[in-house]
Design a protein around this ligand. Structure first.
Ligand code: PMP
Length: 421
């Protein structure tokens, strides 16, 4: 059955799609932290952070069903759902960030953010980290180096090394990162390109999960502003409480962005995304441009998003992310005493990165062992992924309802798989 589905996929969907595992899984149902395949086998889902309340959270399912059975309208009409949600979401942000605009995906949120930033600054230049991913539209793919050789970075794009806490030469991430962003600004200028923005995901999720130490972004943000550009916080990965200590990743750095972009967990699987922006930044763009996104801000999306944010708040999921995340990280650190391949365990809340190395003293990345662990865990019933410039960092992002029992399960399986790889 699996083989015939893979053949049909290739025939019907074409060659551009990738499957993650060596032995792909057909998932047919999800509930809480678990995904189930056709044979009823359960997998602990620590792979993606879309269903961050757990799969098919009843509150979100109810909200979607209720609204879709009543009316699925768009922002051409007055509808209160988007306003209720905007009030609720903006209340979680610093007061400087006054407007919410809806999109359907993280990519079109970043696309819109860039257009606004360019309109506001009159600049073109974009600064990102070396293995960043910000999305798939043409504009955004041009500054998503993790897409690899299939996409050329734009001539107006400069990359800076991620703030790699594991290999930092000085240990002073703030200074190192600021110096790198300043150099990128100078290089843009040398080529006659005016900087428009610096965008980063404060947990550096594609770069290898480097957001454990908070507070190091301020210098980079000050530098881009001094150069006339904006700071865009891509909260698609760190946002909505995942880091446990803040609702938004940028808050951990004591900075206030000009534009925040949102996606993935915002609808717990229902497609809803958006941007939050300072009024003065959107002012001119808003007067010139007409913005309409057919499905962005439809009433069903707004109700789904409202249920998600309410559940995060009412069920105190940030606290759970903090507690379970710390427990998970400690458990994996304890494993490092037995497994030399574990070079570093880092992360914030329920976003954990585990660096797999062939030699601890040289910190040499070991992508092959990392791949073997990811595939071994899949066989053992745990789903995670890998990231980083050398594809050697285990990326662990379970739903925010993840318990310490779930963590024990993951740690025990990881131990077992590492023993046999
Ligand atoms: N930004 C970041 C940091 C992401 O991880 C992603 C998706 N992986 C995106 C933007 C793009 O989101 P989407 O796939 O919803 O377009």
């Amino acid at each position: 059955h699996e083989a015939s589905m893979i053949e049909r996929r290739q025939r019907l969907l074409g060659p551009a799609y990738r499957l993650f595992y060596e032995r792909p899984i057909e998932v047919v149902r999800g509930e809480g932290v678990w995904l189930y395949d056709r044979d009823g086998k359960a997998y602990l889902d620590a792979y993606n952070n879309v269903a961050s309340l757990g799969h098919c959270h009843p509150r979100v399912v109810d909200a979607i069903c209720r609204q879709v059975a009543t009316l699925a309208t768009n922002t051409r009409y007055l509808h209160e759902s988007v306003l209720i949600y905007a009030e609720q979401l903006l209340a979680t942000m610093p007061s400087e960030l006054g407007h919410l605009m809806f999109t359907c995906t993280g990519s079109d949120a970043n696309d819109l953010a860039v257009r606004i930033a360019r309109s506001f600054t009159g600049g073109e230049g974009v600064i990102v980290t070396e293995t960043a991913y910000h999305g798939i539209t043409k504009i955004v793919a041009e500054f998503s180096p993790s897409l690899g050789p299939s996409v050329d970075l734009g001539p107006h794009v400069r990359t800076v090394p991620a703030p790699d806490s594991y290999r930092s030469p000085t240990g002073d991430l703030a200074t190192e990162f600021t110096v790198a962003v300043e150099a990128a600004i100078r290089d843009l200028r040398r080529h006659g390109i005016k900087p428009a923005l610096f965008i980063c995901d404060s947990i550096f999720s594609s770069d290898g999960v480097f957001g454990e130490q908070p507070g190091f972004l301020k210098g980079a943000v000050d530098a881009i502003r001094a150069a006339g550009g904006l700071y865009i916080a891509d909260e698609v990965q760190p946002g909505f409480g995942r880091t446990g200590d803040a609702m938004w990743g940028f808050q951990r750095h004591g900075v206030i962005p000009d534009i925040v972009t949102l996606g993935k967990p915002m609808g717990n699987g229902f497609p809803v995304a958006g941007i939050v922006v300072r009024p003065e930044v959107i002012d001119e763009f808003g007067r010139k441009a007409r913005y309409f996104n057919t499905f962005g801000g439809n009433a069903v999306a707004a109700e789904a998003a409202r249920a998600v944010l309410s559940a995060i708040q009412d069920e105190d999921l940030m606290r759970n992310a903090r507690m379970s995340g710390a427990y998970l990280k400690d458990g994996i650190k304890a494993l490092a005493q037995r497994h030399d391949a574990i070079g570093d365990v880092r992360g914030a809340g329920l976003f954990v990165g585990v660096e797999i190395v062939s030699d601890r003293s040289t910190r040499t990345p070991d992508a092959r062992t990392c791949t073997r662990i990811v595939n071994g865990l899949r066989e053992a019933g745990v789903l995670i992924s890998a990231c980083g410039p050398s594809a050697n960092v285990l990326k662990i992002r379970p739903p925010l309802v993840f318990t310490t029992e779930n963590a024990d399960f993951l740690i025990e399986r990881l131990d077992r798989v590492m023993m046999s790889t």
